[in-house]
Design a protein around this ligand. Sequence first.
Ligand code: FAD
Length: 239
Amino acid sequence: MSACRRGVRGVIRLYSIASSAVGDDETSKTVSLCVKRVVEVDGQHANREVGEDKPDKAGTAFPKNKVYRGVCSNHICDLSVGDDVMITGPTGAEMLLPEDPEANIVMLATGTGIAPMRAYCRLLFNDKVGGEGDSRKFKGLAWLFMGVPYSKSLLYDDEHQEYVSKYPDQFRYDYAVSREQKNDAGQKMYIQTKMAEPLGRRGVEDLQQDFQLGQARHMSPSLNARKGSKHEFNQKHSA
Ligand SMILES: Cc1cc2nc3c(=O)[nH]c(=O)nc-3n(C[C@H](O)[C@H](O)[C@H](O)COP(=O)(O)OP(=O)(O)OC[C@H]3O[C@@H](n4cnc5c(N)ncnc54)[C@H](O)[C@@H]3O)c2cc1C
């Protein structure tokens, strides 16, 4: 989905929809976004000089600094219930879940890149439309790897923990917190290292025989070589 504010730098910004097709309220009338404010303090660009930055809706302000506040992300984050927003889309990319209900799915996400993965997880493990009696229509294993700088940035953590507890045989959740965790070599923990831990015994090539990789083009070249996967991700494009 894309959104912009009328009259202010009329460039469209893209945002992945973070809700499944039925929406968070399951009425099929709403969409949810997961938007991170761009706020750069004493950086290369500024659209607020020293003294000009006012508290945003979250109450944060940097009046002693020159500040660049991203135009669209701050506009969205400062919206109030009932405000009109001009949106258009879908645009460009689509990434669809496989049709095979027994397919195994690996999801890789960093930061707000969790948005589409969160939408998939809602459908697989939360929404009524994804249910089948007391169980789920989805019969495979979904494995989410999430990368963030700080543990407080783990988005939708409560939902993912709930899926782990309700569907331990069908949902796995690993996260790499780069500024708080270290890998075996004492370096910052990134998502690719986290993936290598449980999978290291088998290797990435083996993994690709069994699992479907999302967002593969954003991963390291070793993870990006997906040829020969048993279940090809239904990736018309990439979100
Ligand atoms: C496919 C896709 C999906 C996305 N999904 C999400 C999502 O789900 N959630 C999310 O939060 N974001 C998402 N984004 C990012 C989003 O589209 C925006 O890029 C982001 O919100 C910043 O927009 P902004 O208007 O707030 O920042 P902008 O005002 O556009 O500023 C962005 C950058 O431009 C720099 N800049 C400002 N002025 C200049 C200048 N004169 N010259 C050079 N550089 C300058 C700033 O320093 C800043 O770093 C997605 C992007 C893509 C491509």
